[in-house]
Write a protein that binds this ligand. Structure first.
Ligand SMILES: Nc1ncnc2c1ncn2[C@@H]1O[C@H](COP(=O)(O)OP(=O)(O)OP(=O)(O)O)[C@@H](O)[C@H]1O
Ligand SMILES: [Mg+2]
Length: 497
């Protein structure tokens, strides 16, 4: 076999290709052995960096702990909101209900150039879809948002320190100025995403300490306590205590417990997290909810005795359920109250003063109850619930506040009669208030007289037929009732099976 002219060409091309491939394979093996690939890529980026004069800083929305929105991101958002009107072209607009103003912020993929001390800073807002590696039934619309700041490296000192401090400080001030307080409640359909743990509406309750009818000394004491708490960040730090305070509000229905919580929130300018404990699945969800709350807020658990098995006697009665009965249940394959919330007393105690409760700070935790004596002492011991406040039946001083609020009067000839009756009759502020709302508008004086006459009539009726009992004195009755309830529950379950 021999080659023609064309064959010679072909042979030479083929042998060159083979030689090049061989060299390439050998070279890449050599590079791999000494990790030179990586070295080359670092070198390339260094080389590129040498000629590229700009510095980029990325501020992701989600902070390092994955549970909270990054503080820097929020502050930057507010800061850019203040400059975007003058410097941007595309905005996102929202209306703030409280002050009825438009609130403009930078739209996605928008760029703004800011000037600081004669230096240019470029801001871009951007987002990228989250790469979800897990398979979920729930569609996830999550995106990773971030801001990117760019400036010339010759201004690195101003950029890193002065400019960024200026942005964060201005942003934080703006956020406080615009802060719209919210009333949150835990989402019963929570699926674990932070955004969905709490749902909220703007907090607009009108109750204040001025409108709250109660003993003036008690009111003064509570206000002083709140002021001390809110101003004493450094004091709490010095004594090594988390910056939070627990209040237990107790008293009969209609004595102003919920109104007081709203008054506290208005006084301190805090948001409220109204925690529905029965909708919380377990202790770990309770912890997640706690972490997702923000500072400057009040966490409220209303009617704590109804929300959880924290009453002393019910626990004792349950203990009395014999071992044999429990074994019988097990044989029958009875499940342990699957529908019940699995939040336990210890979970709740951890919520109040465990390690997690210290994150965030500046929070009040308030429990309300109509039956204070039934609560487990561990739950309400001092230090956990720092202050116990009793809201009780309406006294004459409290009545005068209501008369002023509802009828705009400070004195009236019928006041003396009201005072005498109130000394003898137990009536809640809610019942008094009900009588002080004029049914027909006839004129201020007439309205006041009619309302006070109605109130006197109600007081006389209450005196003759006191329908309100002292809720704390019927302990034995309660115990009997609870035992009966437990017995009935067990019977019902047996019937079902
Ligand atoms: N101390 C009070 N001062 C002013 N208004 C009051 C007071 N107590 C009750 N009221 C009036 O009665 C209504 C019911 O009061 P509130 O809901 O605060 O009572 P509560 O103690 O929370 O009752 P419950 O134990 O049933 O939750 C309020 O809307 C308010 O108008
Ligand atoms: Mg209430």
């Amino acid at each position: 076999m021999y080659f023609t002219m064309e064959d010679g060409w072909l042979q030479r091309i083929m042998s060159s290709i083979a030689t090049i491939s061989l060299v390439w394979v050998m070279l890449s093996r050599y590079l791999e052995t000494f990790n030179l690939n990586e070295y080359i890529s670092i070198l390339t980026s260094k080389l590129f960096g040498y000629f590229y004069p700009y510095i980029h800083i990325k501020f992701p929305e989600q902070g390092g702990d994955k549970l909270k929105r990054s503080e820097a991101y929020t502050a930057i958002e507010e800061y850019l909101g203040t400059i975007c009107v003058a410097k941007g072209k595309r905005f996102k607009a929202e209306i703030r209900k409280e002050n009825k103003n438009w609130d403009l912020s930078m739209d996605d993929k928008e760029e703004i150039i800011d000037n600081f001390n004669g230096i240019k800073f470029w801001w871009v807002s951007n987002s990228q879809a989250k790469q979800n590696t897990s398979i979920s039934f729930y569609p996830s619309s999550d995106v990773k948002r971030y801001y990117r700041l760019t400036f010339h490296r010759q201004h690195r000192e101003v950029g890193y320190i002065k400019y960024l401090n200026h942005v964060i400080e201005t942003g934080k001030k703006e956020a406080i100025k615009k802060r719209q307080r919210k009333l949150y409640t835990n989402n019963p359909e929570e699926r674990g995403y932070r955004e969905k743990l709490w749902i909220h509406v703007p907090f607009e309750h009108p109750s204040t300490f001025e409108t709250l009818a109660m003993d003036p000394n008690q009111k003064r004491e509570i206000i002083d306590d709140l002021v001390m708490f809110s101003r004493n960040k450094d004091y709490y730090k010095r004594i090594g205590k988390a910056w939070k305070r627990g209040y237990l509000l107790y008293g009969p229905p209609g004595t102003g417990k919920s109104s007081m919580i709203a008054a506290m929130a208005n006084f301190l300018d805090y948001s409220i997290y109204d925690l529905e404990l029965t909708a919380v699945k377990n202790n770990s969800m309770l912890r997640k909810l706690l972490i997702a709350t923000e500072g400057k807020s009040i966490i409220v658990i209303e009617d704590i005795d109804c929300s959880l098995d924290v009453t002393e006697k019910r626990k004792k009665a349950k203990k009395k359920k014999s071992k044999e009965e429990e074994e019988k249940d097990e044989i029958k394959g009875k499940k342990k109250d699957d529908n019940d919330s699995k939040v336990t007393l210890s979970g709740l105690l951890n919520f109040i003063d465990g390690l997690w409760s210290a994150c965030g700070g500046e929070r009040l935790i308030i429990f309300t109850t109509n039956h204070v004596k039934k609560l487990d002492p561990a739950l309400i011991r001092r230090g956990r619930m720092d202050k116990h406040i009793e809201l009780s039946y309406c006294g004459f001083e409290a009545f005068k506040v209501l008369a002023y609020n509802y009828l705009d009067i400070k004195q009236h000839p019928l006041f003396a009669e009201v005072e005498n009756l109130m000394a003898e009759v137990k009536i809640t502020p809610a019942d008094v208030a009900e009588n002080l709302i004029p049914k027909h508008r006839l004129g201020e004086e007439e309205d006041a007289t009619i309302c006070l006459e109605n109130l006197i009539q109600t007081l006389v009726e209450f005196k003759a037929n006191p329908i309100l009992e002292d809720l704390e004195s019927d302990d034995d009755d309660d115990e009997k009732r609870e035992k009966e309830t437990i017995k009935k529950e067990d019977e019902d379950k047996e019937e079902e099976n």
